[in-house]
Design a protein around this ligand. Structure first.
Ligand code: PPE
Length: 309
């Protein structure tokens, strides 16, 4: 990976190589952490700006709350720390990874006495599924692993331990020669990718699994639903059957790391080149990310020097 100079840890900026934890950190054993994935872009209108910064931090707070963790910093403090980190690291565009986790303290499953530590890292991270993936589309397979169920875990929380599910699906996909996994939910309906939400286009209508399908409530999913509506497309949040993946005219995925990626092959069925609707939405979405859109300019939080007063 491409490293940066500094990482923010519990209120202080430390050298990248010094951002370390004790091996008895609770989260290392039990996955008791929550995190975010955010991107900042070198925008044409606002300089370096963070995409939907407050929504991401708000989701971090809500994920923490679901696991009974109180964040020891306000969202505004985290926002300012992130902006200063980007400036200190001289990054014009980057991926941002805030993490809040149960740290060193008593061992055992009752974590409430363990402090909640917070770190924020930022580094340059290119296209998650490759530049070619974004332009030409990717090959995906339906995973043999089902997405975590709300009966056992909390799909709406972005929690570290829960990602073992995504890790298994991703390893299975790449080992068998695909770029991404599509997970079904516990009822057998289409849910999402290992790190992306999914959209299926049939006969001009865009469908995406809704909140009862164990999805992560993706911020890019929400952005794309709004953009698609503004472009005049009908978007329906509903159960999506597995067969619809291969019967679809177009399929695409969205996520912070991945951005908007067409899926052009699923389980060895070709869907053809990236479709017209996918490309139309992708163009507007990319314009929004890169500050080329007046309409969505309010999604960008410019990285300004925080007040040190
Ligand atoms: N589902 C999952 C399971 C998921 O991890 C992500 C983001 C999404 C949907 C899309 O959410 P959003 O980014 O808010 O649109 N995945 C993050 C982690 C990827 C990683 O490899 O780490 C991300 O894209 O940052």
């Amino acid at each position: 990976m491409k490293t940066a100079e500094q990482i923010w840890m519990n209120g202080e900026f430390v050298a990248w190589e010094d951002a370390k934890v004790h091996v008895l950190t609770h989260a290392l054993h039990y996955g008791t952490g929550v995190f975010e994935g955010i991107r900042a872009y070198d925008t044409e209108s606002k300089g370096t700006a963070v995409f939907r910064h407050r929504e991401h931090l708000d989701r971090l707070r809500r994920s923490a709350e679901l696991f009974y963790m109180d964040l020891p910093y306000t969202l505004e403090e985290l926002r300012e720390a992130t902006n200063e980190l980007i400036l200190r690291n001289n990054l014009s565009s980057c991926y941002i990874r805030p993490l809040a986790y149960r740290s060193y303290g008593p061992m055992g499953l009752e974590p409430l006495a363990n402090p909640v530590d917070v770190s924020i890292a930022a580094w340059e991270w290119g296209a998650y599924l490759g530049e070619e993936g974004k332009s030409e589309g990717i090959r995906a397979r339906v995973s043999s692993w089902r997405r975590i169920s709300p009966e056992s875990l909390i799909p709406h929380a972005k929690a570290s331990g829960q990602y073992l599910n995504s890790v298994l699906a991703k390893i299975e996909a790449t080992k068998s020669g695909y770029q991404e996994a599509i997970l079904l939910d516990d009822k057998g309906h289409v849910c999402e990718g290992s790190g992306e939400n999914i959209f299926v286009v049939r006969d001009g209508v865009i469908a995406t699994p809704g909140h009862t399908s164990s999805i992560l409530d993706g911020i890019n999913r929400k952005s794309v639903i709004e953009i698609a509506g503004d472009l005049g497309y009908e978007v329906v949040e509903r159960d999506v059957a597995r067969a619809e993946l291969t019967l679809a005219d177009e399929v695409f995925m969205t996520g912070t790391a991945a951005e908007l990626v067409p899926v052009t092959e699923i389980d060895d069925h070709s869907l053809g080149a990236p479709g017209e609707i996918t490309l139309a939405i992708q163009k507007v979405f990319e314009d929004a990310l890169h500050g080329r859109s007046e309409r969505y300019a309010h999604w960008l939080d410019p990285v300004a020097v925080p007040s040190r007063a």
